[in-house]
Design a protein around this ligand. Structure first.
Ligand SMILES: [Zn+2]
Length: 372
């Protein structure tokens, strides 16, 4: 199985180096637009054919280095291919916010906290930092691929794609772990009679604090208040990401403790309406991405640990009886956090019941895909 991730590398260029980076971004963008026009007017959609025509020009006119000139042609060809498959073949592809792409070993390398990057002004040696949680990708045999150069309000970054081939997880599972995500417990993981609950209290408090802060700044409405609002938004995102990383680690540890070849079952929350799912009266829980992010982090860390993961449809998980399979909304008493089956009388904590149903769904899902 091939795993791919994107990691962020912070660059710390001198003012001169930053200028060279900015120049490279602009030249790359202009070259893309030029090549796009040529491809459009001459109806050339093949990267190699395109390169034959424009290569000299984009090197001379925009000063691009050899590798980047090739990358530009490939990018344009891919853009037209994508547009064609989307059904708009007769539109000029534009690259307003295009970012230069650097190829590992050819345009850039990272070595001992220094990024060696080929720009318009030659090879630069720019101090760089790989911050957690990305630093783990520097070890453990990850292969570095293409990198995108990005400038944000907080400075210059490389977005590097890394990949690694890991053995496929065994499919003779000796433990199946169902993971339910919620508000009272951010995570309820269970495997047979073993269970792990991660409380949401502290996170809820912190989020509430941010919400109040945001509300008071919004009332002010001044320009400096708006600036602070954005900063707070970023701080909150970092806080949530940090919490999610910790939780994801805990879930993977729990899974590893249950068996040699565990299977983790998660709900596939993409596309589902989280605000309905969680009956969100509380405005501050509306940042639904945090739930999706947590599921993603769990999947990532599990895959890297060689643990199989399956995603299941979240419909009705919290209203289905894990014992007899009877499904009705009255099974669940949300106020008392109690699950009691109206048919067979089975009862337990509602989140625990849901995690068990999720585990069962995971097994069911695998059985179907194996055609057994
Ligand atoms: Zn039942």
């Amino acid at each position: 199985m091939e795993l791919t991730r994107t990691i962020r590398v912070r660059l710390e260029p001198t003012p001169e180096q930053a200028f060279a980076l900015a120049r490279t971004v602009e030249a790359n963008r202009q070259a893309l637009d030029y090549v796009s026009r040529v491809a459009f007017e001459r109806r050339i959609r093949n990267a190699i054919a395109l390169q034959r025509i424009v290569y000299r020009t984009i090197r001379n006119l925009y000063g691009l280095r050899a590798q980047m000139a090739c990358t530009v042609c490939r990018t344009v060809a891919a853009a037209y291919k994508g547009m064609k498959s989307n059904g708009n073949a007769d539109t000029l592809a534009k690259f307003k916010h295009a970012k230069p792409v650097f190829q590992w070993n050819k345009d850039y390398v990272l070595r001992n906290d220094v990024a060696h990057i080929t720009t318009l002004d030659g090879r630069l040696r720019i101090p760089c930092r790989v911050e957690p949680p990305y630093s783990r990708y520097l070890q453990d045999g990850w292969t570095f691929g293409a990198a995108e150069l990005v400038q944000t309000r907080r400075g210059w970054f490389l977005r590097v794609s890394v990949s690694k081939t890991v053995p496929d997880p065994a499919d003779d599972f000796d433990a199946v772990i169902g993971v339910d995500q919620g508000m009272r417990f951010l995570v309820t993981a269970s495997c047979g009679n073993q269970a792990m609950f991660i409380r949401g209290g502290r996170v809820k408090q912190t989020r509430l604090h941010y919400v109040r802060l945001r509300a008071s700044l919004q009332r002010k409405g001044t320009r400096s208040a708006k600036r602070r609002l954005k900063a707070i938004g970023r701080r909150e995102s970092r806080f949530m990401a940090d919490v999610n990383h910790q939780i994801a680690k805990a879930v993977v540890r729990f899974a590893q403790a249950q068996g040699q070849r565990p299977l983790i079952v998660l709900e596939d929350l993409t596309g589902s309406n989280l605000s309905v799912r969680f009956r969100m009266k509380d405005q501050y829980w509306r940042m639904s991405w945090a739930f999706r992010q947590l599921a993603e982090f769990i999947r990532y860390k599990a895959e890297e640990a060689g643990i199989a993961v399956v995603m299941v449809d979240p419909t009705n998980t919290s209203e289905t009886c894990p014992k007899c399979g009877h499904c009705e909304p009255a099974n669940r008493n949300r106020k008392r956090h109690l699950f009691r089956c109206m048919k067979c009388g089975f009862q337990c904590n509602d989140d625990l019941a849901a995690s068990r149903v999720i585990a069962q769904k995971g097994l069911e899902c695998l059985r179907q895909s194996q055609g057994a």
